[in-house]
Design a protein around this ligand. Structure first.
Ligand code: IMP
Length: 336
């Protein structure tokens, strides 16, 4: 059997290149989710411990986008959309049950981006949903869809009507899909593969991004945006429950939407689960976290001498590193 070698974030680095960028401010991080343009290529995940109205507003104020999760009644989600003042309003829907009614309700409340949000997007139910949504809305809404892990997946979703596609299966920090099912692809490889598409689609690197350095690698590999869950999960603006530990620490709940806990909360029961629930330390306002991410990404582009994401993608030079390189690549004095 022929087996393909697949790389993930820690397997690679970007070779520094000659730069004439004097200030990080010269670097533009603008990216398009057509017809909308964003100053920061960061989207917050449609999860019930990441994005409600407050996160959507904060993402918008910081130049990014928040997608309001779908784990609530249609009315509750429509109300969240109504209460969000995001320059661009975005809402997640599924592919079965009330998805069409939900789409109509959130669009009526001003949603301009619909995110068709399922674990395995390369699926006949996705095809049916995308075709139905295009019939209903024509080109009046931007349709994001996913998730996919392969070139065949991104091409099919594009052909079925998606404008932007979330790429990566099984790589999220709270995800146990690969453990449960044996399926998935290392996240960075998915981007290398999906970005070779000849379709005119926006690529969203989703899941497994732990640092601004990972975000830089994702953009270099062809992503137009990164989607973040865990990096934003501790911030004040998430709808995640605040937990005071007996040691006096303040934490926030963060959980996979296919975790047992999330399924029981939203469906009153659980089937097989492909996610976990945990707590993360409180991280303050999301604006501060996004500022660090913005600075890290701008700095990343300047190390390759690039002033825009497109220029960066053309210039970026990936190198493979060994496990010794991976150890050397993080602060290592504490290991001595
Ligand atoms: P993170 O940024 O690494 O924490 O990953 C967040 C991403 O994980 C989300 O945007 C989803 O694509 C994905 N995800 C959310 N919930 C689950 C789950 O329960 N199982 C698998 N993947 C999930």
């Amino acid at each position: 059997m022929r087996m393909k070698e697949c790389l993930s974030y820690d397997d690679v680095l970007l070779a520094p290149q000659y730069s004439d960028i004097v200030s990080r401010k010269e670097v533009s991080l603008k990216s398009d989710l057509r017809p909308f343009e964003f100053d920061l290529p960061v989207i917050s995940s449609p999860m019930d411990t990441v994005t409600g109205a407050s996160m959507a507003n904060a993402m918008s104020e910081n130049g990014g986008l928040g997608i309001i999760h779908r784990y609530c009644s249609v009315d509750e989600q429509a109300k969240m959309i109504m209460n969000s003042e995001a320059r661009v309003k975005a809402a997640a829907i599924g592919v079965t049950g009330d998805y069409h009614e939900r789409a109509l309700a959130v669009v009526a409340m001003g949603a301009q981006v619909l995110c068709v949000d399922v674990a395995h997007g390369h699926h006949i139910l996705m095809k049916n949903a995308l075709q139905q949504l295009r019939e209903t809305f024509g080109n009046t809404v931007h349709i994001m869809a996913g998730n996919v892990a392969t070139l065949a997946g991104i091409n099919d979703l594009a052909d079925w009507g998606a404008d932007s596609i979330r790429c990566n299966i099984g790589g999220g920090s709270i995800c146990s899909t690969r453990v449960q099912t044996g399926h998935g692809l290392p996240g960075l490889q998915t981007l290398f593969d999906c970005s070779s598409t000849d379709r005119d689609v926006t690529i969203i690197a989703d899941g497994g991004i732990r640092t601004s350095g990972d975000a830089v690698k994702a953009l270099a590999a062809g992503a137009d945006f990164v989607m973040l869950g865990s990096m934003l999960a501790g911030t004040i603006e998430t709808p995640g429950r605040v937990i005071h530990t007996t040691e006096g620490k303040v934490q926030k709940l963060y959980r996979g939407m296919a975790s047992k806990e999330a399924q029981v909360d939203w469906r009153g029961k659980h089937s097989s689960f492909e996610g976990v629930a945990t707590t993360v330390p409180m991280a303050g306002p999301v604006t501060n976290v996004l500022e660090d991410i913005r600075n890290g990404i701008r700095s990343g582009l300047s190390y390759s001498g690039a002033r825009t994401i497109k220029e960066f993608q053309a210039k970026a030079c990936f190198v493979r590193q060994t496990s010794a390189g991976t150890t050397e690549s993080a602060p290592h004095i504490l290991l001595r």
